[in-house]
Design a binder for this molecule. Structure first.
Ligand SMILES: Nc1ncnc2c1ncn2[C@@H]1O[C@H](COP(=O)(O)OP(=O)(O)OP(=O)(O)O)[C@@H](O)[C@H]1O
Ligand SMILES: [Mg+2]
Length: 257
């Protein structure tokens, strides 16, 4: 009998603590994410979701703990990561076209003394095609709608060709068609073996979209399949009872009343 060699995990977070003030934003978080999964990070506002993503990227320095990516230290693996920030985190006044934004994804792969080559242009065109923004490529990014900007940012991340993609609430404020288009892009990226970690706000769709869910509020409350994580007791604890779970469906919805 032959057995496949165990794959190195995509992301290993160990005992991670991050503080901005006296109260840690993340406390002693440990989680191992296997390659090729589409993973959702859920938790209430201020839970530390964006902070976890930024710590994985090395944008914030932890007080304690380590992050390893594909078996390497953060410094050695940085080029294998791409990031789509939470909306509102970017100043769009800068005059730059859709095509130029997507091409920014190629810069880590282009020597500083060179212009983008034919292959870079091909990759950027493919990425814009994938997010269905080819028709907008000569438009100024600042003049696009929020959902369109979100797709361009995704194209930039895809053009990077990274093994791991981190996306902070890519579905926030987009309409149903754009949400479907973004999900389709995530699923296609997963089909090529990439690992995707997505901060997600909508518990009602979490079970449908993701292979694994990570439930956080300062600490990691659960990491597992949607069925394991969307558990009434866990959710009540984390969302302080402001939640209903549809029995038997593994689906939950935040109550805004
Ligand atoms: N740069 C910063 N300086 C000071 N405090 C910060 C900073 N970034 C985050 N925090 C704090 O850390 C905590 C976690 O914030 P974070 O942005 O990670 O939450 P989140 O789960 O992404 O929330 P949301 O759902 O609102 O996006 C919050 O209390 C926040 O105020
Ligand atoms: Mg956030």
């Amino acid at each position: 009998m032959t057995t496949e060699p165990a794959k190195i995990p995509a992301i290993e977070v160990e005992n991670l603590t991050v503080s901005f003030g006296p109260r840690p934003a993340l406390l002693n978080v440990s989680v191992t994410i296997d390659q090729g999964l589409l993973v959702g990070i859920i938790g209430p506002n201020g839970a530390g979701k964006s902070t976890l993503v930024k710590a994985i990227l090395g944008f914030v320095k932890p007080d304690l703990g380590t992050v390893r990516l594909l078996g390497s230290s953060l410094d050695d693996a940085k080029g294998r990561l791409a990031y789509v920030p939470q909306r509102g985190a970017v100043d769009w006044d800068y005059p730059i076209t859709v095509y130029e934004v997507a091409m920014m994804g190629r810069y880590p792969n282009i020597a500083w003394w060179k212009d983008p080559g034919r292959q870079d242009h091909e990759i950027v065109n493919q990425a814009l095609e994938m997010v269905r923004m080819s028709d907008f490529k000569n438009r100024q990014i600042g003049g696009l709608s929020g959902g369109q900007q979100q797709r361009v940012f995704m194209a930039r991340a895809l053009a990077q060709g990274s093994d791991i993609l981190l996306l902070d609430e890519p579905f926030a404020g987009v309409d149903a068609a754009t949400e479907r288009a973004i999900l389709d892009v995530l699923e296609r990226a997963r089909a090529t073996g990439r690992t995707l970690v997505v901060v997600h706000h909508d518990l009602a769709t979490a079970a449908e979209y993701f292979d694994r869910l990570m439930l956080i509020k300062q600490r990691l409350f659960a990491y597992g399949t949607p069925r394991q994580v969307l558990n009434q007791d866990l959710l009540s604890e984390v969302y302080e009872g402001k939640l209903k779970v549809f029995s038997g469906m593994g689906k939950a919805e935040e109550c805004h009343a």
